[in-house]
Design a protein around this ligand. Structure first.
Ligand SMILES: [Zn+2]
Ligand SMILES: [Zn+2]
Length: 223
């Protein structure tokens, strides 16, 4: 059965769309958002857990979230960390960018530990456009920037951004933040270039990433 929001049922985007299209409760109403694992009510700001089998992003209460924070546990579920890191010395060329074949100014890359492959996706009016990241492109990125290796499988993404001056930046961001941006872009995109609302949403997103980020330490140091 397909989700009424238009995304395949159970996809992370379906979950987020369900959330973003749900009417906001009035101030005097109890919010109805609940933990997808134990059905306890959760506050508007809450953590998420990735189901590695279905790729579904699940809303979770603090208790359920904490069950799945271990990094290397052989578990089906994994908590999405809330850290944001930036890489001030990021080395990336226009040729590297071109090899990703991304038509917009930003791309998210993450490693799917079940499929054992790198995935790249970017927001578009249709939602997330996703493809396999060629291994050669990933290896080139990693050879020039070995510190990127600290991105965690399945739950974090590398956000590569090209600004209007053609300069590149790279951040590690939580995967739920990436999907939230995709949902926002899908809802706000108008016309050929996205329009004012989508551009404002994107600017807000990058402001938020900058505000939350701290510099990444070299691989091997504790974060
Ligand atoms: Zn719970
Ligand atoms: Zn949620």
């Amino acid at each position: 059965m397909s989700d009424p929001t238009g995304f395949p049922a159970g996809s992370p985007l379906a979950t987020l769309r369900r959330i973003s299209t749900r009417p906001r409760p009035a101030a005097n109403e109890v919010p109805e958002e609940r933990c997808d694992m134990c059905a306890e009510p959760v506050p508007e700001e809450h953590g998420h857990v990735v189901d590695l089998n279905s790729r579904r992003l699940m809303c979770s209460c603090r208790g359920c979230y904490l069950l799945f924070t271990a990094d290397n546990a052989e578990l089906r579920f994994r908590a999405v960390p809330d850290r944001y890191l930036h890489f001030p010395g990021f080395v990336f060329t226009t040729a590297d960018w071109d090899s990703l074949q991304i038509p917009v100014g930003l791309a998210f890359c993450f490693r799917n530990s079940v499929q054992k492959e790198m995935v790249v996706f970017y927001p578009s009016p249709a939602g997330a456009t996703e493809s396999d990241l060629p291994m050669a492109a990933w290896e080139t990125m990693l050879a020039s920037n070995p510190d990127l290796a600290q991105v965690r499988d399945d739950v974090e993404a590398l956000l590569v951004h090209r600004n209007d001056d053609g300069e590149f930046s790279c951040h590690i961001v939580p995967i739920d933040a990436c999907y939230a941006l995709v949902g926002t872009m899908r809802n706000t995109w108008r016309g050929f270039d996205g329009g004012q609302e989508a551009r404002a949403a994107l600017a807000d997103f990058f402001d938020d990433v900058d505000r939350r980020s701290r510099p990444a330490k070299p691989v091997g140091d504790a974060q």
